[in-house]
Design a protein around this ligand. Structure first.
Ligand SMILES: [Zn+2]
Length: 462
C-alpha cells in the first residue's frame, strides 16, 4: 500500500498521512457560490482534489472515502444577481449548480460523495451559533451575531498573521455593532425582500464562514482528515472556519490536514475581467477544447505552484492525449494503475511526475499488456472522457500532418525574411486552400488545421 505524504498548510511541513479511521477517510473542500459559470480558476481545486479523492479511493477502497464539497446557495452576490436580472433566487442557484456539475464532470471530476447545499443546513448553523454564544465566543448586537476574535487565542495561526497584520491587509468592515473590527458575522438580519430564516436573533441569514463549519460538523464530525481549498481562502475564510469549529467543538480537532492549491494565470498574467483574459470552463469547452485537455494542463503543474494556462500548452496536451487515445483504442481498463504513477501521487500529489512517467511508459510500451496497463492508468487519473465528435474528426484529420504544416510554415517565414513575398503569398494561399488556418505573427508563422482541412492537398504541396 502506498504511503501517502501530504503537505499540511497548518504545520507547514510535509507529513505522512494516516487517517483517523481507515474505513472512513474524510475530506471537506469548499465549493462554489452558485450565481454564475465557473471560471477556469474555480476549476483548479476541483481537479486537484479530484486527483486526491481518486488516490484515497485507490489506497483505502472506493467505499471508504467520504468527500464533501458544498454549494453556497445563500450569499449577497446571489441576491444581487437576482435583483439585477429580475429572476428568482432559487432559479438562479439551481441552474448554476447544474452548470457547475456539468462543467466539472466534463473535466473528468468524479462527483463528491456528498454535495450539501447551505440552505439545507440552517438549523445546524443556528445551533452552532448558539453554542458559540453560550461559550462566550460570540455575541449578539443589533440583530447581528458576531464572532469575538479576541476570545480565540489561536486566531491567525493558519495564515501565520498577527491580528494587526490582518487588520491592515484585509478589507475589514467597520461597523458600529462590532466590538473589534476583526470580529466577523455569523448571522445577519434580512429585510423582507431578502432570503431569511427565523432564529433566536430575529429573521436573518447566515454569514458565509459558518456554513462550512456547520456542514462539515454535521457530515464529517468534530474531527476529520483533510480540508481543502484554494489558497485565496486561507484568510479569512479558513481562519474563520477554524475559529468557529474549534470553539464550538473543542473536544475535536476539526481538520487535521489543510491543503491549499495555488492560483491560476493566463499567458503569464493574472486572469481578470479588466485584462480581457477572463474565461469560463464552458467557454473553453464550447471552443472545442476537450475537458480532459484542460485536466491534463492542470495536472502538468504541481498544485502548490502557480499554474499558467497557455494556448501552446493546450495544443501540446491535445496532441499528446490524442496520440495516447489512438494507441490505446480497444485496450482493457481492468488493470491496476501503474505503481510508480500511484507513488508519484502519494508524494504530495506530484502530478507532473505522474505525467512524465506516463510519457516514458508510452515510449517503452511493447506488449498488449503494457498498453492495457497504460490505459488503466489514464483512467485512474481521470482521462477517460469521450471527446466531442466534431473535435475528434478535426484532430484525427490533422493527426500526423503537423510536421508538413510546420515545414510549409517555415518556408513562408524564410521567404518573408528574404522579402520574397511572391513565394510567401503563394505558399500561404496554398495552405489556406488545403483548409489550413495561417496566422502571421511577430513570433513567426502559425499553421493549424481548420474545419475544412484536406490532408491530401497539404501533403501534395511542395
Ligand atoms: Zn469553506
Amino acid at each position: 500500500m502506498a504511503d501517502i505524504q501530504l503537505y499540511n498548510s497548518k504545520t507547514r511541513t510535509t507529513e505522512r498521512f494516516d487517517p483517523i479511521d481507515r474505513n472512513n477517510v474524510r475530506m471537506y473542500v469548499c465549493g462554489p457560490t452558485v450565481y454564475d459559470r465557473a471560471h477556469l480558476g474555480n476549476a483548479r481545486p476541483v481537479v486537484v482534489f479530484d486527483v486526491l479523492f481518486r488516490l484515497l479511493r485507490h489506497v483505502y477502497g472506493e467505499d471508504h472515502v467520504t468527500y464533501v464539497r458544498n454549494f453556497t446557495d445563500v450569499d449577497d452576490k446571489i441576491n444581487a444577481r437576482a435583483r439585477e436580472s429580475g429572476r428568482d433566487i432559487s432559479e438562479i442557484t439551481s441552474e448554476t449548480t447544474q452548470w457547475f456539475l456539468d462543467d466539472m464532470r466534463a473535466l473528468g471530476a468524479l462527483d463528491p460523495t456528498q454535495m450539501p447545499r447551505a440552505t439545507g443546513f440552517i438549523p445546524q448553523m443556528i445551533e452552532m451559533i448558539e453554542r458559540l454564544i453560550a461559550k462566550g465566543h460570540a455575541y449578539e448586537a443589533e440583530g447581528h451575531v458576531l464572532f469575538d476574535v479576541k476570545s480565540y487565542t489561536d486566531y491567525g495561526k493558519l495564515s501565520g498573521r498577527s491580528l494587526d497584520d490582518m487588520i491592515a491587509g484585509a478589507r475589514v468592515e467597520v461597523a458600529p455593532y462590532k466590538r473589534d473590527p476583526m470580529d466577523f458575522v455569523l448571522w445577519k438580519p434580512s429585510t423582507d425582500d431578502l432570503p431569511g430564516w427565523d432564529s433566536p436573533w430575529g429573521r436573518g441569514r447566515p454569514g458565509w464562514h459558518i456554513e462550512c463549519s456547520a456542514m462539515s460538523y454535521d457530515l464529517l464530525g468534530d474531527s476529520f482528515d483533510i480540508h481543502g481549498g484554494g489558497n485565496d481562502l486561507t484568510f479569512p475564510h479558513h481562519e474563520n472556519e477554524i475559529a468557529q469549529s474549534c470553539c464550538a467543538h473543542p473536544e475535536g480537532q476539526f481538520a487535521r490536514f489543510w491543503m491549499h492549491n495555488e492560483m491560476l494565470q493566463v499567458e503569464g498574467k493574472k486572469m481578470s475581467k479588466s485584462l480581457g483574459n477572463f474565461f469560463t470552463v464552458r467557454d473553453l469547452l464550447d471552443q472545442g477544447i476537450p475537458g480532459e485537455v484542460i485536466r491534463f494542463i492542470f495536472l502538468s503543474t504541481h498544485y502548490r505552484k502557480p499554474m499558467d494556462w497557455t494556448e501552446k500548452k493546450a495544443e501540446e496536451a491535445r496532441d499528446t492525449l490524442w496520440k495516447w487515445r489512438k494507441a490505446t483504442e480497444g485496450a482493457v481498463t481492468a488493470f491496476r494503475p501503474d505503481r510508480e504513477v500511484v507513488e508519484a501521487l502519494a508524494r504530495d500529489l506530484n502530478t507532473p511526475l505522474a505525467l512524465s512517467i506516463l510519457h516514458q511508459r508510452f515510449k517503452e510500451a511493447k506488449s498488449g499488456e503494457d498498453i492495457n496497463r497504460f490505459r488503466s492508468t489514464l483512467d485512474f487519473l481521470g482521462f477517460g472522457k469521450e471527446w466531442p465528435s466534431g473535435v475528434t474528426v478535426a484532430v484525427e484529420k490533422a493527426y500526423g500532418h503537423a510536421a508538413k504544416m510546420q515545414e510549409i510554415a517555415d518556408q513562408i517565414e524564410a521567404a518573408r525574411s528574404a522579402k520574397d513575398f511572391a513565394t510567401s503569398d503563394r505558399l500561404r494561399d496554398a495552405l489556406i486552400a488545403a483548409g489550413v488556418e495561417v496566422k502571421i505573427t511577430k513570433e513567426g508563422v502559425i499553421a493549424e488545421a481548420g474545419p475544412a482541412f484536406d490532408p491530401a492537398k497539404l501533403e501534395a504541396l511542395k
